[in-house]
Design a protein around this ligand. Structure first.
Ligand SMILES: Nc1ncnc2c1ncn2[C@@H]1O[C@H](COP(=O)(O)OP(=O)(O)O)[C@@H](O)[C@H]1O
Ligand SMILES: [Mg+2]
Length: 261
């Protein structure tokens, strides 16, 4: 545990909100150049983990380090510096509706004010090219499909040349082609040596993209290992992820009924 260590580490992190425990003694190690997916049902605390890593929420106890630096108690200026190493693709994409695709992708670079407009445009085109959307540069988010918005959000994340990229439910709500495109992009990023951390409740996406898994259940990390190990472990808590049970189908039917007219 020294300042030359690379990667992201959470050690025995506890977090509660409104008197409710969300995480208890949660451990995570994300090495440089490696991918990992945190699996767990909706509401278990996956987005919370990403917010803790970004220093947007303070842990109650435990330790979080980014490249060996403990993020607790860091002055805001240094925290901002550390955050620059990380880009996050938010669940909803979180694009600015009043800006074009190109402006969205270049936004952070413009804000920083270090590059010329021409340099920013080159980067914007390169990142949009990576996600296959150069031709959408002058469109507004409202003119894009859900899958295209996610791809723009990825291009925007890449524009800052981050060391780490976090994906929050990147394929949720997309049609099969959208899911396929996003999975392919994540695989390409891994091939290029990027360090990626995904949180999702979608096992199919997780298995398509990741080789290493952490499973969060009821405040605790209950599994850590490879896809083969996860299947072989046959944990009761993960069973529902593999096959929809009668109970989860019932829950689904209930939801659709209550949302009906
Ligand atoms: N500001 C808040 N006040 C109270 N509860 C919260 C707040 N933010 C999140 N939670 C609760 O924390 C839990 C974990 O949330 P989240 O990390 O968003 O779950 P996930 O991303 O796994 O769906 C949820 O049950 C949610 O209701
Ligand atoms: Mg979430």
């Amino acid at each position: 545990m020294n300042s030359t260590e690379q990667g992201i580490r959470m050690e025995k992190v506890c977090y509660s909100v409104g008197g409710r425990q969300i995480l208890v003694d949660f451990d995570l190690h994300l090495e440089r150049g490696v991918d990992r997916t945190i699996l767990g049902v909706s509401g278990v605390g996956k987005t919370t983990i990403l917010k803790l890593l970004l220093g947007l929420l303070p842990a109650d106890s435990g330790r979080i380090t980014i490249d060996g630096r403990d993020i607790a108690g860091l002055p805001e200026k240094e925290l901002i510096g550390l955050r620059k190493k990380i880009a996050i693709v938010f669940q909803g994409g979180a694009l600015f509706d009043s800006m074009t695709v190109g402006e969205n992708v270049g936004y952070r670079l413009f804000e920083e004010g270090k590059l010329t407009a021409a340099e920013i445009e080159r980067i914007v085109l390169e990142k949009l090219g990576f996600v296959g959307l150069e031709r959408a540069i002058d469109l507004y988010p409202a003119e894009l499909s859900g899958g295209m918005k996610k791809r723009v959000a990825i291009a925007r994340a890449l524009a800052a040349e981050p060391d780490y990229i976090f994906f929050d439910e990147p394929t949720t709500g997309l049609d099969p082609i959208g899911v396929y495109n996003i999975c392919q992009l994540m695989l390409r990023l891994q091939k290029e040596g990027k360090t990626t951390l995904m949180v999702t409740h979608d096992l199919q996406t997780a298995f398509a993209v990741s080789k290493r898994f952490s499973f969060l259940h009821n405040t605790r990390l209950i599994f850590e290992g490879t896809q083969e190990e996860l299947i072989a472990a046959r944990l009761t808590e993960t069973r529902e992820f593999f096959t929809p049970t009668e109970r989860s189908l019932f829950v689904y039917n209930n939801t659709t009924e209550s949302e009906g007219p």
